[in-house]
Design a protein around this ligand. Structure first.
Ligand code: ATP
Length: 292
């Protein structure tokens, strides 16, 4: 038996860091939404109980360091499952890009195994297992649009934002999320995003308020280190983007636009500057068909 599950990328519409906690994690407040740039995870039942993994991108680890592999091991142990699984990840989301590709693969694996192994678990139960793998995994289990608090695992579901295009550009550098958080000086942050206004923009489907309320405090660390990220933001704005922001810890930058003609203009301007450019749509509210 074999099933395939989509693992969509996420972008941060806001990312705020409120405090560094005694346990070493940061207290965050983020509005996140899924876009239709997605990996595909194929899950094939193994009767011998083994867990194995292949990925189309050879530089992605294929053992316990892979978040999807870890998800399968945790779920198998937690629910005393006798069967195994072979996982194949068709990688479309750029790696170490601020788009939660690994977290989304883990979440897709949890959803897929729930079906393949007939576990009958709720999304909340899967999200609780996901939280042990990484802070972004619970959000990825649900998909859609949400406010994430705590270290990212406390999820409040939101409605769909105003429909729009998302143009993503990733400069050819990898950014370590741990390093970016490590270099952030929380007491010195003076550009906290207007999270309340972003929540209002989403509930009113107000596209221009959504664009005005975009904000990510991790830009304070990543932009000075990688001038290309700022250059991409400037190029997007100069080409007519309605709003631009770096996603997560970067280096991917996204532009939001509503008019299709602008999509082509921004895409063409970026292609002369950076190779990895993607055009996507926001997936909006939680979508049943996405949750295999
Ligand atoms: P986040 O936004 O959650 O910090 P990211 O998009 O910045 O994530 P990922 O693409 O998830 O970063 O990859 C981060 C690291 O995790 C990579 O260095 C990679 O080696 C490792 N990794 C583990 N599992 C996966 C996976 N399934 N896909 C991609 N990378 C993975």
């Amino acid at each position: 038996m074999r099933i395939s599950v989509k693992a969509p990328a996420k972008i941060n519409l806001t990312l705020d860091v409120l405090a560094k906690r005694p346990d070493g994690y940061h207290e965050v407040e983020m509005v996140m939404t899924t876009v239709d740039l997605a990996d595909r995870v194929d899950l094939t039942l193994r009767g011998d109980g083994e867990i194995t993994l292949d990925c189309s991108a050879s530089f992605v680890p294929d053992d316990i360091r892979n978040h999807a592999y870890k998800a399968a091991v945790l779920l198998k142990e937690r629910y005393h499952v006798r069967e195994g699984v072979h996982l194949y990840i068709d990688k479309q989301i750029p790696v170490a890009a601020g788009l939660a590709g690994g977290s989304s693969d883990a979440a897709a694996t949890l959803r897929g195994l729930n079906q393949l192994w007939n576990l009958g678990l709720s999304l909340d139960e899967l999200a609780a297992v996901g939280a042990e793998i990484g802070s972004d995994v619970p959000f990825c289990v649900y998909g859609g649009t949400a406010l994430a608090k705590g270290r990212g695992e406390q999820i409040t579901h939101l409605g769909a934002p105003a429909p729009c295009w998302v143009i993503l550009a990733k400069p050819p550098i990898g950014v370590s999320t741990a390093d970016v958080y490590g270099n952030l000086r929380v007491p010195e942050i003076d550009n906290h995003p207007a999270t309340g206004e972003m929540l209002m923009a989403i509930s009113d489907q107000d596209f221009s308020l959504m664009c005005q309320s975009l904000g990510n405090v991790l830009e304070n660390v990543t932009l000075p280190l990688h001038p290309q990220v700022r250059q991409i933001k400037e190029l997007m704005m100069a080409s007519g983007a309605d709003g631009v922001l770096m996603s997560g810890s970067g280096p991917t930058v996204f532009a939001l636009v509503q008019k299709e003609a602008k999509v082509h203009r921004i895409y063409n301007a970026l292609r002369g500057f950076v190779k990895d450019v993607f055009v996507a749509r926001m997936l909006g509210a939680q979508e049943g068909e996405m949750l295999a």
